[in-house]
Write a protein that binds this ligand. Sequence first.
Ligand code: FES
Length: 86
Amino acid sequence: MQEHDEICVCFHVSIQKIQKFVRLNKPKIPTQISECYGAGTGCGWCIPFLEKIFEAEKNGEPLNLKMSREEYLQRRLAYHKKKKIS
Ligand code: FES
């Protein structure tokens, strides 16, 4: 995944926007990231990834999402299918 890729597909919020939001607003807990264009408040798929961005920014570490944008989108689709079944 690249910084310009959408991490919250539901609300079209990029990794870069989330990183900038965390740097500027210094949220105390990851759920406050929802204040950034509603990220994480749709299907919920991106929440664990938003938490990873939060932790990386908080600790001053580089973000390491080990998957391509295509894989990310495919896994999101599988998540949606699974969610409908249960
Ligand atoms: S991808 Fe972020 S809430 Fe659905």
